[in-house]
Structures are given as structure tokens and as C-alpha cells.
Design a binder for this molecule. Sequence first.
Ligand SMILES: *[C@@H]1O[C@H](CO)[C@@H](O)[C@H](O)[C@H]1NC(C)=O
Ligand SMILES: [Cu+2]
Length: 226
Amino acid sequence: MLNSLVSLSLVAAVSAHQNFHQFWVSGETPGYQVGIRMPPSNNPVTDVTSTDIVCNVGGTDGTGVATVAAAAGDSIKVQWDQSSHPGPITHMLYGPVDSAAATTGVGAGWFKIDELDYVDGEWANVIMGADNMTHTFTLPAKLASGEYLLRSEMEALHASTTVGGAQFYIGCAQLSITGSGSACTPEISLPGDYSAEDADIYIPDFYYGFDPTTFVAPGGAVATCS
Ligand SMILES: *[C@@H]1O[C@H](CO)[C@@H](O)[C@H](O)[C@H]1NC(C)=O
Ligand SMILES: [Cu+2]
């Protein structure tokens, strides 16, 4: 009895946090945790000015991580660990670069390609929970050929009522994309674009008065690619 109580509470503690752990490109997956710069733990990043906000702790180096083939316009399905934390999911690309594995991703050059916020009374984490913790979107139809980082972010808002309370769960996949295109705008910098007191990060009235249908995830508008 004691043992099962202890293990239940351990499970509860672990499942309170989440990692991005697998993806599918047009229905094909390279495997569990393959092609992703996996962080050392499932703890959130809370300092939005740190380089950890880019690709999580230890995420500035992709040495030893596979780079996975994709084409512009392909569908991407991501799968995360279970999450009870209310908030959006956002995807950004960084590139093209010569080597996804070698790029740090720190600085200018990120652009948003997808976001799911609060729809029909449910946050993205709940919508994903009804679909085995997956979310599917498509890569832009126009992208220059080259290697990219694909950044998947789940922002958890349950503690966003204090400055520094919002939690960022982040994982970066490495993609080699074939396509034709020139540029996607607008671009943002990470770190740089996020500030602790931004309206989409610090929400003092989150539990009283806040209208979640007005929420738009950090990182600006979804980019237009040409
Ligand atoms: C949910 O995802 C897991 C891990 O990818 C997979 O093994 C399982 O088959 C999926 N369940 C359903 C119902 O698709
Ligand atoms: Cu958690």
C-alpha cells in the first residue's frame, strides 16, 4: 500500500511536466526521441531572456542528433507527454542553414509557422490530450531548400499570474527540407523577442477576468513565406 502510494505520487510529479518526444513527417516517424535535441529533464524554462528559451537546456548543440528529411508543404505531427497545464502550442522554424546539427539557433532568424491557442473553450493541451497528445500542422508550401530547426513550444499558463511564473516547454527537431522559396517574414530573435512582462507571458488576471479567446501565443504573427 505504501509502495503504491509512493509510486503514484512519483508518477503524478513526473507527469506534471512534459517533453516533445516524437514527430511524424507525412505520416512517417524516425522514432521515439529521434531527430530531437532532447533536454536533460522535463523541467520548464522560465527565464525568457536565457539561451535556454531557444531549444531548452543544452539545446544549442545538435551533435549526434539525426537530421530528418522533409519537403515544403509536408504535414508534421508532433507528440508530447501528457500535460494538464493550460496553454498554447507554437511551432517555429530557423533556417535555412548549412547544418541543422551544428547551428545554435541563438539569435535572429526564427519565424512562426503554426500556433494553436484556445479554441471552443479548450486550451491546446486539452485539445491535444483528446488526440493522444498530438498536434498536426503543415510546413509552409514555399521554403528554400536547406536544413532547419523546428521548434515546438508549449507555454504553460497556470502560474502566469506572477512575473516569471509562465513555464516554457521546448524541443527542437532537426529537418533537412527540400523546396523552393526565398524568405519568410516576420522573423524574430530568440532570446530577444520574449519579455517576462509581455501580455502573453504575464497574465495577472488569468484566473479572474482574463478572456482566453483573446490570447495569442508569443512570437508574433504566423509568417508569410514566398
Ligand atoms: C498513442 O501514442 C503512442 C506513442 O506514440 C502509441 O504507441 C499509441 O499507439 C497511440 N495511441 C493511439 C490510440 O493512437
Ligand atoms: Cu509541469
